[in-house]
Design a binder for this molecule. Sequence first.
Ligand code: HEM
Length: 486
Amino acid sequence: MNKLTIPGPQPLPLIGRTILLSKFVGDSLGFTSQLFEKYGHPVLLARGGGTNLHSPLDNCPGTLFTYGAENVQTVASQHEIYYKYPLTGGLYRRRDESPRTEPLKHFGVGLFGVNSDEHRRHRQLLMPAFHQKRIESYRDSIVEITESILQQLEVDRVTNIAKVMRKVTLKVATKTLFGVDMGEKGSKSAQLLQKIGILLGSPMTSILPFDLPGFPFYRMMNLMAELDENMREIIRSKQDSDRDSGDVLSMLIKARDAETGMTLSEDELLGHVSVIFSAGHETSANALTWTLFLLSQHPEIAADLLDELDSVLQGNAPTVEQLQQLPLLERVIKESMRVLTPVPWNARVTSQPTVLGGYEIAAGMEIWVSIYHTHRDSEIYPQPQKFNPRRWETLEVDNFQYNPFSAGSRKCIGAGFATMEIKIVLAMLLQKFRFQCLPQQKITRSALIVLAPKGGLPMLVRQQDREFNQGVGGLKGNIREMVELI
Ligand code: HEM
């Protein structure tokens, strides 16, 4: 066994660890690319440990980064060792006996905050809501929502496409999660969830977690309390009506453990809804945004894809059956999520001492596995920076070499849903519009929980005119580090 110390940068005295933490938060992919190049992997955020990015446990021994199919497999398949914690991360620790912190006990817990047998039990209860047939029943809602957003797009105008995609996926998430019967109340919950998500993602909320007027943590706790109240009313009225209104929540309310007959408690339901909502819309929105961007820079692929869409769909939205008849669309999405993977990291905390990459790892260590770097192994993907959907005509990989939805028992429960949503939205958008980058446009990444273009992605919206060569090349920003561009 290798007893050597895990390598990593030597932090400066006093503020060294804070500097390294803020470098990671500022640009997690750029910073870790430098670490991997200099020290190899696994690598510590700071030599000697003593850092904590998201673990809610006391005395976190440090933060480790790694990547590669072998390590993905180790982490994804050793479910009893690599634990996951609620979405609130370090803030989860702030729950106490006061009613004020009550929402922290369930917000963002859902499937994210349970492990071992508890995770297995919850996952089984959730599975029927994500069953293929159930997912397919959401097709009409997705088409209807996309249609209404398409009508709002103005031709020959520069539009923030990231914002538009977020609007589509937010509406889809709201409708499929809460159902039509909850109209206003469902939208209210969705708005609150979105506002909480923004505050949770802001470093200031974690750095200054004071429950005093004026502080973001205080605002977040107010919103969480409001969300709880609103959601409890929704749950109770759905329980009273006792009918399956076709949405995810009513399915979860009815879910019953086959052996014990147990159902999900109100707090557990709140936890699941917050996780499904948070996990389900930013991710898909970014996958859509990046795919539109990549197509705008690859005119031949964009032309071939439109030929495929036109010949199969002839201007219409795809039916569930037609979604299987669009192989290039499938490969475009697959390759987009390889190159610009919407969820670049899988983060875990070790529940016990273990061994990873030949190094002894202490219990409580934060382990961040980079899917982004795993997808850039040139032995598996020749010219890894190249956006080349055609590589999937012949390339075969396993679940650990390619895993935008993660792998093992924690694989994204919404993968089927997301794939259908992305295919439908793209098929409808591309038949009507062409999206063009602006001259000298600067595109930089923001990458912590999701990989997104910083500040959104302004693009010129054109009627679909097949002028795919317009707006190609000359782009600036660190997008050029991530994908080969003209
Ligand atoms: C392109 C879109 C999406 C991507 C790239 C994505 C990616 C992921 C990844 C990588 C994980 C595992 C995270 C980890 O292991 O740390 C995950 C988990 C999860 N995702 Fe997704 N996701 C997407 C869409 C969705 C949608 C639409 C939903 C729900 C409607 C959803 C719900 C979940 C849930 C509940 C989990 C937790 C699973 C568990 O721990 O058992 N995701 N997702």
